[in-house]
Design a protein around this ligand. Structure first.
Ligand code: CTP
Ligand code: MG
Length: 168
């Protein structure tokens, strides 16, 4: 039991900057889209109107800030700051990649893509952080297992609070 709780705590602690980077755009995003309204060769939007410059920048700043706080809390500060930045950048790029794939599959902005919606951000975040820090495989596996339910639960919360238009 203690081991499971330890694993959960380690997983959450490690991936927290990515979670915050993924969530912040829901509240802080808006305005000009990253693709500027442009279409891919298939005639569909590159990323879609749900991916904004402001959301990307806000997510990157928020995730990096979490890394800063973690560094202040337990240190070493430069390592946590860099890790927060990489996890946030990876999360936002992974989210963009997810939207790119969704558009190629013909799924409209805001449409559901089970699996992709919940995992693309966290997988690319782990990849981006890996040159600096790759947690044990048990922690990586825990992150992959807990992320979809946490993502669904927080999105549902955001919907209930009126922050999101859809409950997933
Ligand atoms: N958001 C943003 N900029 C980003 C990412 C997200 O402004 N780079 C905001 C948008 O308002 C978006 C909301 O956060 O609608 C929720 O994000 P997400 O669910 O990833 O986007 P969707 O609107 O569902 O679009 P998609 O179908 O492309 O996933
Ligand atoms: Mg969505």
């Amino acid at each position: 039991m203690d081991e499971v709780l330890n694993l959960l705590a380690s997983a959450l602690w490690f991936i927290l900057p990515a979670y915050i980077a993924n969530a912040a755009p829901v509240v802080l995003g808006g305005g000009k889209s990253i693709d500027g309204g442009r279409q891919f060769i298939d005639g569909r939007r590159i990323f879609g109107a749900g991916k904004t410059v402001q959301g990307f920048v806000a997510g990157l700043a928020a995730g990096t800030f979490v890394g800063l706080l973690q560094g202040i809390a337990v240190g070493p500060l430069p390592d946590y700051l860099a890790l927060g930045f990489l996890l946030a950048l990876g999360a936002l790029l992974g989210d963009l990649l997810g939207s790119f794939i969704k558009r190629r599959l013909g799924i409209k902005r805001g449409g559901a893509a089970p699996g992709l919606d919940q995992l693309s951000f966290v997988l690319v975040a782990l990849l981006a952080a890996s040159p600096l820090a790759l947690p044990s495989w048990e922690i990586v596996l825990t992150i992959i297992i807990i992320t979809p339910p946490i993502h669904l639960a927080t999105n549902f919360g955001g919907y209930k609070l009126g922050l999101k238009r859809r409950p997933y």
